[in-house]
Design a protein around this ligand. Sequence first.
Ligand code: NAD
Length: 342
Amino acid sequence: MTTFVDVHNMVRWIGHHGPVAIMSGMVDYLESDFKRWPIFEKSPRVASHTPFGVIELMPTSDTETFSFKYVNGHPSNPARGFQTVTAFGVLADVQNGYPVFLAEMTVLTALRTAATSAMVAKTLARPDSQTMALIGAGSQAEFQSLAIRSATGVNKLRVWDTDPNAVAKFVRNLSPLGFEIHVATSGEDAVGGADIVTTCTADKTNATVLLNEWVKPGMHINAIGGDCPGKTELDPDILDRGRVFVEFTPQTRIEGEIQNKAPDFPVTEFWQVLTGASLGRQSAEEVTIFDSVGFAIEDFTGLRYLRDSVEGSEFCEQIDLVANPDDPKDLFGFVGAFSPVG
Ligand code: NAD
């Protein structure tokens, strides 16, 4: 049998534990998986691009467990009543190849993306950071705010989105949770005085939602919306302002902000900062840039965390996903027992 977490149970699970406790637990799991980065099987994701958006498969394995996520990215979806990003994912036992865990990942992706941003901000942002600017107030924005506050203590938010309804939703969701929120009149207004800048917009174009002249010494930039060929958010000159940290370099060169730079543009893989192989922030004036695209190991970690948390609980069920004949060679007889051939 395969353990299954559907949308209903995912929502109940988050309601039970609370998103902050979950994302903070996920940060610990992420740190532990990033520290064993070299043992994972890694490849850039498989992407099917159409004029509508992209559908991707994201596989990895730690030699004991294999995982993949199915995820789409369709920036024009919200205007048609659909979400930009939806996903589901699987863990499988490498010893017999059977899928052992299946889960919705639309919500889990928001949690793991925010937990990853939080892990990186905790390490790279200035320790005295107090204010975060958000450019883009869509599905990811509240998760980003909660996870980063939990990891860094940043409680003041300055938010800008071209859609006033998205900003109103953001304020409605986060004001009751104790944030101080400034509704900005432009991207520049949002970024003014911010210590951390999170860009989480969705537009299938090389956009410039953050200009180089708005970036001040000491800022940490958490750029999560540039995650596809031809879909970026930053003024490329920003990437020359400080060190650029990435997840898996070959994938980020295809999908991240650095696609707008030369193929040998220098980057640091973040796992190396955690293991001590590379330095993190080196001064209060340094600009640090996380060019996030979302990598398969983060999904592996998210699924691993969810499985460990729900196993044996009321937040999952067992489903009959794999046909299992008594004689492993008699699949035909197995089918015939239910539906005799006439
Ligand atoms: P969403 O569609 O729900 O929200 C995006 C918001 O950006 C919308 O409210 C839109 O009005 C706003 N926006 C678009 N262009 C803008 C601009 N020029 N200035 C200000 N606001 C603008 O999308 P989402 O689910 O919140 O995802 C945000 C982005 O993050 C997407 O591009 C998505 O692909 C990406 N993403 C990355 C990761 C990762 O791991 N790096 C994970 C999930 C999503």
